[in-house]
Ligand binder design. Structure first.
Ligand SMILES: [Mn+2]
Length: 462
């Protein structure tokens, strides 16, 4: 948990940003895997965590904008529950940790919310991420579950996004703790990956490292020699000498701030010439994109800069041709780079994507492109000090996409399809770091994790 004063100040700022009414934050409940007593690992709702900080199920928070108060709703463990769980802090004790003194049973929330709506007051709430929360809103606010998503408070969504976008020093320190765990995950994978191993062995070891530190994964691990499958969650390949693998993995700090790092490395051998060419191109794009991070620069422009660097490398490899500026504008490079350069990061690895990907990444100042590749860009807006973003260019050789484009002769003036035939078994390379926008530029967060070829080979190819 962060400092008590942090939660008090966050609620105060939110209250000041809002007009009137009540703000309702519903925490998550346990979610059953197969029956109620066998739940998935608990994950609190991120906005509840941000304003009320308590990492336990069965809670709700209410901020009275006009009445100048914040209350916590939940229940004290019964003796019957304590037999199974051991002694638990009381609701009052939990509230005190986050500066809330008004603590009530959950049943009183329903009464308070009913009274408020009956007297014409607005009850603001955020888009629920879970079906169970939608049903809770239905019960509390008497809104049919099918209408809940249409009734969320746009004013609240905007105010929360505005506030959570800018990270404090306390939050940056948490993200760097999460990065320390990620560094361990990546160096462990580089050290242990050997020919003859199944990918899952490496995944299991990384997972164990995270768990042994009392932490959890920020998102499911991507570890594969089939790096061209962007969100590849299968780990059933056997590693062979000279395979190039992608590891995209991050952990949470104990307060649930995320890290998100990608490295690509060869198994049991130095980079081959071809791997080196692709890797150096991606690394150059990544480093140039990081160098361009500063306040007021539009992230979409950095995406385009990275895209140009990738296209230049592809031209050197004989895979792209013609006017590269025009090729990137037309989206031809997206055959090899079909995703966006990065995203916001914070309490969620794609920060606040559950509130609105467009409002977080584009706001009112940018509009999402419909072009293949560029349409997947999650973040386009101008950067501000305190933003934490990922920079994660990649190059991929996706056989089915190559075949389809070749058949359509798509962007044939920019792509040498004959040369490309020979690359269809390459896989992919991605390199990703987490970057803080500072008042005069940027800072790559966390201790450096090897990414220069010599350093990667030192760890992985021995
Ligand atoms: Mn990422």
């Amino acid at each position: 948990m962060l400092a008590t004063e942090t939660y008090i100040q966050r609620r105060l700022r939110l209250k000041e940003a809002m007009g009137s009414g009540l703000i309702l934050f519903l925490g998550h409940d346990e979610s059953p895997m197969n029956y109620a007593d066998n739940p998935y690992p608990f994950r609190q709702d991120s906005s509840f965590l941000y304003y009320f900080g308590i990492d336990s199920p069965g809670l709700a928070g209410l901020i009275d904008i006009d009445g100048d108060s914040a209350s916590l709703f939940g229940h004290d463990a019964t003796l019957g529950e304590i037999v199974w769980t051991g002694p638990q802090p009381t609701l009052e004790e939990l509230g005190a940790q986050v500066g809330v003194s008004e603590c009530h049973p959950l049943s009183e929330l329903e009464v308070l919310v009913s009274e408020a709506t009956d007297s014409g007051r607005t009850v603001h709430f955020l888009p629920p991420n879970r079906a169970a929360t939608i049903l809770e809103v239905e019960k509390l606010l008497k809104i049919p579950s099918s209408d809940v998503r249409q009734c969320v408070s746009q004013e609240l969504i905007r105010a929360v996004i505005e506030q959570r976008l800018v990270k404090s020093d306390e939050e940056i320190a948490e993200i760097e703790k999460a990065l320390e765990i990620a560094a361990g995950m990546h160096t462990l994978a580089m050290r242990m990956s050997r020919p003859g191993m199944r990918e899952q062995e490496v995944v299991g070891a990384i997972d164990g490292l995270v768990s042994s530190q009392g932490s959890a994964l920020a998102f499911p691990i991507i570890f594969s020699k089939r790096g061209e499958v962007l969100h590849n969650h299968k780990h059933d390949n056997i590693l062979k000498e000279g395979d190039l693998v992608i590891l995209d993995a991050g952990a949470n700090s104990l307060t649930h701030y995320a890290s998100d790092i990608t490295r690509s490395f060869p198994v049991g051998a130095p980079f081959s010439d071809r791997q080196r060419q692709v890797y150096e191109t991606v690394l150059r794009a990544e480093m140039d994109a990081i160098a361009a991070v500063e306040p007021e620069t539009r992230f979409e422009d950095i995406h385009l800069l990275a895209s140009r660097r990738l296209a230049e490398g592809l031209q050197e490899m004989g895979l792209m041709k013609g006017d590269l500026e025009a090729a990137v504008a037309a989206g031809a490079h997206a055959l090899f780079f079909p995703h966006g350069l990065g995203h916001m990061m914070g309490l969620d690895v794609h920060d606040m994507e559950g509130l609105s990907e467009d409002l977080v990444g584009y706001g009112d100042e940018a509009k999402r492109s419909t072009q293949f590749g560029r349409s997947s860009l999650r973040l386009a807006r101008a950067l501000k000090p305190g933003f934490v973003v990922t920079i994660e260019p990649g190059l991929y050789f996706i056989p089915s996409l190559i075949d389809q484009w070749r058949q359509e002769n798509r962007h044939a003036e920019f792509i040498d399809y004959d040369q490309l035939e020979d690359w269809k078994d390459f896989g992919g390379v991605r390199i990703e770091d987490d970057v803080l926008v500072t008042s005069d530029g940027h800072r790559v967060l966390g201790e450096p994790i090897p990414k220069e070829i010599a350093d990667v080979e030192k760890l992985s190819a021995t």
